[in-house]
Design a protein around this ligand. Structure first.
Ligand code: PAF
Length: 282
């Protein structure tokens, strides 16, 4: 695996593959890799002959009171995992390459960025859209892969790509979970053993809502029950809600729906989401 920190070296490597007619996949990450990221890498290997993984802890997507300084950084372990998985190139851009002095551009995707996590984390999705657009332009992949755990992020990126006619395919990859159902996330590392034991209430509450809606269609009662379960487990809830799977606005009959939640336990903010498969939503 090549490890590259200079933009011209990245472009040279990708140009060589392209000249040989090879498809290139990009897996953008912020490092602290876990099996969820490795599932993205495996999907990337199926989608293209060459796989680039980027690691960049993007300051623009962290709010002033968020965990930028504490965000786990594990470059050596990450690099070993990626090499063992058969990744071709690890792109490690320095912050000066991503945001050189004078950098003044902000990409803001309206609508889908403004609700749910966008409302709770002002500026977060602008930071994501801006860095992802830069990564797409640096690597110029044929396909880029993102985890469905960050469903709203995936929806924002799909909107960005459609709106700007970016010439690449976006693939979402199913959320990877621990045996008890907790979605894999780099932030799970912050959980104390006590919080970790309670955290399983999040996927359980979502599963309960999904089953209740499938049976009775009474979404309001099911959502209220989920909020009770989460509060009893010690969560401080940002939202538990049903939304249109693409726009993240209110559900519309006949269109795909998603059940999404964000809640804090012991200071750690967890998010999760699952599909809801019924045309009735109460
Ligand atoms: O999902 C992430 O790890 C980040 O939001 C991303 C897409 C790499 C942008 O910094």
């Amino acid at each position: 695996m090549q490890t590259v920190r200079q933009l011209d070296a990245l472009r040279g490597a990708v140009a060589t593959w392209r000249a040989a007619g090879e498809r290139v996949a990009l897996v953008p990450t912020m490092g602290a890799l876990h099996d969820g990221h490795m599932a993205l890498v495996e999907a990337a290997k199926r989608a293209a002959q060459r796989v680039v993984v980027s690691i960049f802890v993007n300051p623009k997507q962290f709010g002033p009171n968020e965990d930028l300084a504490q965000y786990p950084r594990k470059e050596l372990a990450d690099s070993r995992m990626l090499a063992a998985a058969g990744v071709d190139l690890l792109w490690l851009p320095p912050v000066e390459t991503m945001y050189p002095a004078g950098f003044a551009t902000n990409i803001s995707v309206g609508g889908v960025s403004e609700v749910l996590d966008g409302a709770h984390r002002p500026g977060h999705f602008d930071g994501v859209a801006t860095v992802v657009a830069k990564l797409f332009n640096q690597v110029r992949p044929d396909v880029a892969l993102f985890g469905e755990k960050d469903w709203q992020q995936l929806a924002v990126i799909r909107r960005l790509v459609a709106d700007l006619d970016l010439d690449l395919e976006i693939q979402g990859v199913m959320t990877q979970r621990e045996d008890d159902g907790l979605a894999l996330s780099s932030r799970n590392a912050y959980l104390t053993p006590e919080d970790r034991a309670q955290a399983v209430a999040l996927p359980r509450a979502l599963g309960l809502v999904e089953r209740t809606i499938a049976k009775s269609g009474d979404s309001e009662a099911a959502l209220a029950q989920a909020r009770e379960i989460l509060t009893a487990a010690g969560f401080d809830i940002d939202y538990v809600t049903l939304a249109d799977a693409e726009t993240l606005g209110d559900p519309i009959e006949g269109r795909a729906m998603r059940l999404l939640a964000a809640a804090r336990i012991g200071g750690t903010r967890l998010i999760d989401n699952i599909p809801v498969t019924t045309s009735e939503y109460g």
